[in-house]
Write a protein that binds this ligand. Structure first.
Ligand code: C2E
Ligand code: MG
Ligand code: MG
Ligand code: MG
Length: 274
């Protein structure tokens, strides 16, 4: 009987696995066509000065309106990474953000710096900085309008990463370290790397849940004070805002605004005092 049951479990396991593999293959092949089918869209989430409540910048966030419905970047970005599709998707994202900036400028709007996410594989492409430079040049974008976000985990090799960061900074583009404090972050990154903005991950914003987070958060805010820009991600409550009020930081989160389609973000830009 036990043997029989084991066999059934095995059967169940392979069925599950087959289903997962099939699902994955389906997504992969759909993602391959996503650019041509114009299924990709950039949303923008404004980032606010905690004290003045002014919009100071915004993050571009990719959306995929697939034939299976809306699929989260947390699901499709890893597929794009594994398959190498991230290289062409990443180019599309960068160019699209530049086109939006151009459009908003043309309409006379006060355009804040726009932050673009770049993933590990893209960041490590040999010609990454060149590609960025080319797009910026082609679209005649002021590079100081752009910020590139990279996660610590994308920087496997710190020395090599420093070179890439240096190249981008020479173009006049700012660098943000994304998701700081998610998983195992090293405090060394804060002081050793040549970046502009430190983005603190939402997991550290869980201040209700404990002293450990508050201690880390305070340590990071004290270390960066007056010397690096800090953006705190995932702000959802008034309590979190109150906690941050004594620090000179920028806040991003559902409390202030969800990521918005470009035409709605444009309305936000119109509210900015000139
Ligand atoms: P991320 O770069 O850390 O982006 C912030 C994520 O937090 C976004 O999720 C945003 O919608 C979400 N968020 C913002 N405020 C709050 C809040 O108050 N509470 C909570 N719970 N979440 C909040 P999203 O848009 O689903 O993107 C997920 C991740 O996918 C991003 O994390 C980024 O790593 C990746 N991603 C998104 N767009 C791109 C892209 O164009 N290129 C690349 N390479 N990765 C991207
Ligand atoms: Mg980001
Ligand atoms: Mg983040
Ligand atoms: Mg992330």
């Amino acid at each position: 009987y036990a043997k029989e049951k084991g066999k059934n479990n095995y059967q169940l396991f392979t069925d599950e696995l087959k289903k997962k593999v099939n699902q994955r293959l389906k997504l992969e092949s759909a993602l391959r066509k996503a650019i041509d089918k114009e299924e990709l869209e950039l949303y923008y989430q404004p980032q606010f000065d905690i004290k003045s409540r002014d919009i100071v910048s915004a993050e571009a966030l990719l959306r995929w309106n697939s034939s299976f419905g809306r699929i989260s970047p947390n699901e499709f970005i890893p597929i794009a990474e594994d398959t190498g599709l991230i290289v062409s998707i990443g180019k599309w994202v960068f160019k699209e953000a530049c086109l939006h900036i151009k459009e908003w400028r043309k309409r006379g709007l006060p355009v804040v710096p726009i932050s673009v996410n770049v993933s590990a594989r893209q960041f490590r492409e040999a010609d990454f900085a060149k590609v960025v430079q080319q797009i910026v040049k082609e679209e005649k974008i002021d590079p100081s309008q752009l910020i590139i976000e990279i996660t610590e985990s994308a920087m496997l090799d710190i020395v090599e990463s420093e070179h890439i960061i240096q190249d981008l900074k020479e173009l006049g583009i700012k660098i943000a370290i994304d998701d700081f404090g998610k998983g195992y972050s090293s405090l060394q990154i804060i002081t050793d790397l040549n970046y502009d903005i430190l983005k603190i991950d939402k997991s550290l914003m869980d201040i209700e849940k404990g002293n450990r987070n508050i201690a880390i958060l305070k340590a990071v805010l004290e270390t960066t004070k007056g010397y690096k820009e800090v953006i705190v991600e995932g702000i959802e409550t008034q309590e979190q805002v109150d906690f941050l009020k004594t620090y000179n930081v920028v806040g991003q989160g559902f409390f202030f605004s969800h990521p918005l389609p470009s035409h709605q973000f444009e309305e936000q830009l119109k509210q900015i005092r000139g």
